[in-house]
Design a protein around this ligand. Structure first.
Ligand SMILES: [Zn+2]
Length: 228
């Protein structure tokens, strides 16, 4: 028997997983999701499950050290658990984490096209910069190290040659940031085909960063100091 906090979060994780799969942002058994309960424990998806068909009883409960506290018979945690743990340790404000394989964002990463270009005012206001991590072997400690410094200051990352990591105040919030990253990738890809995307002017950027700081009372993302 789970508390209402626990039961609600389980439902929200399943809903976010279903949306992710239905929208093609992760296919087959790809991706994983987690959320932080009020008491500090984490709910996380099992390894090997299609995220389009999760049910609340399939989720595992773990602590911040990754110890499994509760799991359905035969279930193991996702292999990306270390990456999720790193986010919750680094970001006390984060209540949910979504890892996915959105195809256009991943394709642009393969092509060496960064997503952190200052071209779309709405993205700068709502999502901030979306940096790309160093390459890391998926499933384990390398991925944890690759996101460690970036996740402290960003809510959305591209994992080079792999996927995305988005965080939020609840599973739907983290999921919506995934949608925004993939939409950003799609628009940048289309713009490149249409001739390119000119960056915003410094004074335009300055206004956007000030507005973002006022809207979210959060530090504006740093202006790019140079090429990646
Ligand atoms: Zn992955």
């Amino acid at each position: 028997v789970h508390s209402s906090d626990d039961a609600n979060l389980r439902e929200e994780l399943c809903r976010a997983g279903r949306l992710m799969w239905e929208r093609g942002l992760s296919v087959a058994r790809d991706g994983n999701l987690s959320a932080r309960l009020a008491d500090g424990r984490l709910l996380i998806t099992p390894g090997g499950a299609c995220k389009g068909f999760l049910t609340p009883d399939m989720l595992l409960t773990v602590d911040l050290d990754g110890r499994v506290l509760e799991a359905p018979a035969g279930a193991r945690s996702t292999s990306e658990l270390p990456m999720h743990l790193e986010v919750y340790r680094r970001r006390p404000d984060v209540r949910a984490v979504v890892h996915a394989h959105p195809p256009i964002a991943v394709a642009l990463s393969l092509a060496g096209v960064p997503l952190d270009e200052d071209v779309l005012p709405e993205i700068i206001l709502t999502l901030g910069r979306v940096p790309t991590s160093e390459y890391a072997t998926p499933s384990g400690e390398e991925n944890r190290a690759a996101i460690r410094d970036l996740i402290a200051d960003h809510d959305a990352l591209v994992l080079r040659r792999h996927g995305t990591l988005t965080v939020g105040r609840d599973p739907f919030d983290a999921y919506l940031k995934l949608e925004s990253v993939e939409q950003l990738a799609r628009i940048l890809w289309l713009a490149r085909q249409a001739g390119g995307a000119a960056p915003l002017a410094p004074d335009q950027l300055e206004k956007l960063h000030a507005l973002r700081a006022a809207l979210f009372a959060a530090p504006a993302p740093a202006v790019d100091e140079g090429a990646p």
